[in-house]
Design a protein around this ligand. Structure first.
Ligand code: FES
Ligand SMILES: [Fe+2]
Length: 471
């Protein structure tokens, strides 16, 4: 289908209320309802309301004072994922999670329970395990004077104990942090009065069931990259598909970008969903389903023998999802029979406040985490994970170790990274550099957001404000 009015010239209808305007043409929902497999139930849900059009001040991204307060009020009070359960499968396995100036040791204790302890010595403060460390230990020993703790957080050794008659064993227990799991992720919360994780996650545990159960997957690839912008600016680059037509035009002939669906589910969760295998509303010329399929396969399956044909009455999506899942099954030996068209090939992205992104898709099976840099609000750390289903009947491989990239390193240089996708992430990084210059140099002091396509960015800022307003 083509679009009669070029999108650049499409104007808002003055008779429609703010927040009710939508892209001309079919919606994401219209498109998936044509899929031959039917649609996963969560995909048919929708939840949007207008949340105002006020500008968002740039100081929120650049101010050191704002960053410090935000850390105390947001990161110290919210559930954030620290590692995967498979990072610490056995007794004594530990994993260090660093966030801001804080550091936590996650460890599997002798009872098989995951515990989270303050990673600093109770003697004179020294960090026990180095940042980013992981391994197996039966005690955590301070490198300075040798105080040591068991994997249950009890004091296990204190050289010259005679000199500390003022301290009891109870005084010497490592402070413990709340920990819980969902979807194979280990979450922590520094606030001992925090609401339970499963309540905090809102619709997410309900939606991520069956084929979407992330606890069945393993970390195939983990890239850790320093990014040249505030953690919120980096996240906002992934919260909307509005930028796709300008920043990533290479896929527009088969990407439903401007007609993506945006949802906000309660306080902590938002979502977008956009198609693969339908043309962007920005592409004015109508293409046949066959042309869309040829474009997709030409980009992603160059050299494929024979030319799959879209049968009469079927769509490019119907054919593409089968090819895509067959290719995945051949490569990974895993079973994709539970997946429908939408969750096989579309970009379905859930955000969980403050910094986690979870994709249930078979093909786009990624996960993001953004961590603020405690010393510099203009930088952050980005964890990019690919979560795959293991081969049928096989144990999951051990989780991939992180591969580090600095600001100027291309994602395409990470071993195992798909070059096309790596190029897409590089395009996003370029924007982050230019945008941060604007935060500091522009004659305007705030950004303006689209009412629908950028609702998730507004919701993020509003939720931060709510947390910052709490005593
Ligand atoms: S600072 Fe840790 S043992 Fe002294
Ligand atoms: Fe992007």
């Amino acid at each position: 289908m083509g679009y009669p009015v070029p999108m650049e010239q499409s104007l808002p209808d003055p008779n429609v209320a703010f927040g009710d305007h939508r892209c001309p043409g079919p919606s994401y929902r219209d498109l998936v309802l044509r899929d031959e497999t039917g649609v996963p139930a969560p995909v048919l849900e929708s939840e949007y309301r207008y949340r105002g059009s006020e500008p968002i001040g740039f100081h929120r991204y650049t101010s050191k004072e704002f960053a410090e307060l935000e850390f105390e009020k947001v990161f110290m009070r919210t559930w954030q994922w620290a590692c995967r359960e498979e990072h610490i499968p056995n007794e004594g396995d530990y994993h260090v999670y660093d966030v801001g100036q804080r550091s936590i040791i996650l460890v599997r204790d002798p009872q098989g329970k995951i515990r989270a302890f303050n990673n600093f010595c109770l003697h004179r403060g020294t960090q026990l395990k180095p940042p980013g460390d992981q391994g197996n230990a039966n005690r955590f020993t301070c490198p300075y004077h040798g105080w040591a703790w068991s994997t249950s957080g009890k004091i296990a050794s204190l050289p010259c104990r005679w000199d500390f008659p003022h301290l009891s064993d109870d005084d010497l227990e490592l402070p413990e942090i709340l920990v819980d799991t969902w979807g194979g992720f280990v979450f922590v919360n520094f606030d001992p009065t925090a609401q339970p994780l499963h309540e905090y996650l809102g619709v997410v545990p309900n939606h991520f069931q069956g084929a979407w159960d992330l606890s069945k997957r393993y970390v195939e690839l983990h890239i850790k990259k320093r990014l040249p912008c505030n953690w919120k600016a980096a996240m906002c680059a992934f919260l909307e598909a509005y930028h796709v037509y300008k920043t990533h035009p290479q896929g527009l002939r088969a990407t439903g970008d401007a007609n993506a669906q945006y949802d906000v589910f309660g306080e902590h969760v938002s979502r977008f969903m956009h198609t693969s295998g339908t043309q962007s509303p920005h592409v004015a010329a109508a293409q046949t389903e066959q042309e869309i399929l040829d474009f997709l396969l030409g980009r992603r399956f160059a050299g494929l023998e024979g030319r799959p044909i879209v049968p009469e009455g079927k769509t490019a999506r119907d054919v593409y999802y089968k090819i895509s899942n067959e290719q995945l099954a051949n490569k990974y030996g895993s079973d994709y029979s539970e997946f429908k068209v939408a969750d096989s090939i579309d970009s379905i992205e859930y955000f969980v406040f403050p910094n986690g992104f979870f994709f249930p898709g078979a093909r786009i099976c990624i996960n993001y985490r953004f961590l603020p840099n405690p010393d510099n609000p203009d930088e952050c750390t980005f964890d990019l994970l690919f979560l795959r289903l293991p081969a049928v009947g096989q144990p999951a491989p051990a989780p991939a170790k992180p591969y580090f990239l600095d600001i100027n390193d291309s994602y395409t240089t990470a071993p195992g990274m798909d070059p096309g996708l790596g190029g897409v992430f590089d395009q996003d990084t370029d924007n982050m550099i230019s945008q941060t210059r604007g935060f500091k140099g522009s004659m305007r002091t705030a950004e303006t957001l689209g009412n629908y396509q950028e609702i998730r960015a507004r919701h993020l800022h509003q939720t931060i404000d709510e947390y910052m307003a709490r005593p």
